[in-house]
Design a protein around this ligand. Structure first.
Ligand SMILES: [Zn+2]
Length: 249
């Protein structure tokens, strides 16, 4: 069994005490790589450092969360992404959050578009954070020439089809282990456009802090829901992840 966690935050302080152990457990669990995502200038810096330390196992995407608008200047993150574009595998997380973010929709859209253009310019996939705004984000990007991943997707089942028809990807998190709405979504997904993630340290299927090795639980659940042979699922998912982020396996 070979797997990947395409979205987590090992850059959080909560991993400072045992990051080596967490990475070791991920390798033992069959993960071939992990993608760490920054969400503002400082977390992007930490993410770059971690991907350098664990070169060839941890890869980095740099972004700017809509929740950070007004708290930190997104233009620093833009310059940073541009500067390190050859060391990252994607732009994100970026997006629109109408549940938690304080900034207006208009402002969030304006900032999001800056990152969409940047992803196009440096030719990297976009890792999207969309909360209560999946349709809006989809409409903003649907006609653009980019690869896009809807990270930790919890939107409608009807949008899943359109996302996939546009050639974009849906990333399902470890939420699938316990959230019935996410299980429902999986019933509507094509494995061709599916990715898996933990969003660690959040969304643990067990208790406490989540970590990349737990992606195996999401994978087991998905194989069960889709009623597809485990090996077939892992082969397909690792292939998808490698292709989207241009990581050679
Ligand atoms: Zn995240």
């Amino acid at each position: 069994m070979e797997l990947a966690d395409i979205h987590c935050h090992l850059n959080f302080d909560r991993f400072n005490g045992d990051r080596n152990e967490v990475i070791r457990r991920a390798k033992i669990s069959g993960l071939l790589f992990v993608i760490d995502s920054g969400f503002d200038f400082l977390s992007n810096e930490r993410s770059l450092r971690i991907s350098q330390t664990y070169d060839g196992f941890v890869y980095s995407t740099l972004g700017f969360s809509p929740n950070r608008i007004g708290k930190s200047d997104y233009r620093y993150a833009i310059d940073q992404i541009f500067k390190f574009s050859d060391r990252i595998v994607g732009v994100g997380e970026v997006g629109i959050d109408l549940k938690k973010a304080k900034a207006s929709y208009e402002k969030q859209k304006e900032v999001f578009l800056e990152f969409v253009k940047l992803a196009e310019e440096i030719n990297k996939p976009l890792v999207i954070h969309a909360r209560k705004a999946e349709e809006k984000v989809y409409n903003i990007i649907k006609d653009r020439d980019i690869t896009a991943v809807f990270h930790c997707y919890t939107g409608s089942e009807s949008l899943v089809r359109r996302i996939q028809d546009s050639g974009f990807y849906v990333s399902i998190s470890t939420l699938v282990c316990f959230a019935s709405n996410v299980k429902k979504i999986v019933e509507h997904i094509s494995i061709d456009n599916l990715l898996l993630e933990t969003d660690s340290p959040f969304l643990s299927p067990l208790k406490g802090r989540n970590e990349p090795s737990n992606v195996k639980y999401a994978y087991q659940k998905i194989s069960q829901i889709m009623a597809i042979d485990n090996d077939e699922v892992s082969n397909k998912l690792i292939k998808n992840a490698g292709e989207v982020f241009d990581i050679r396996l």
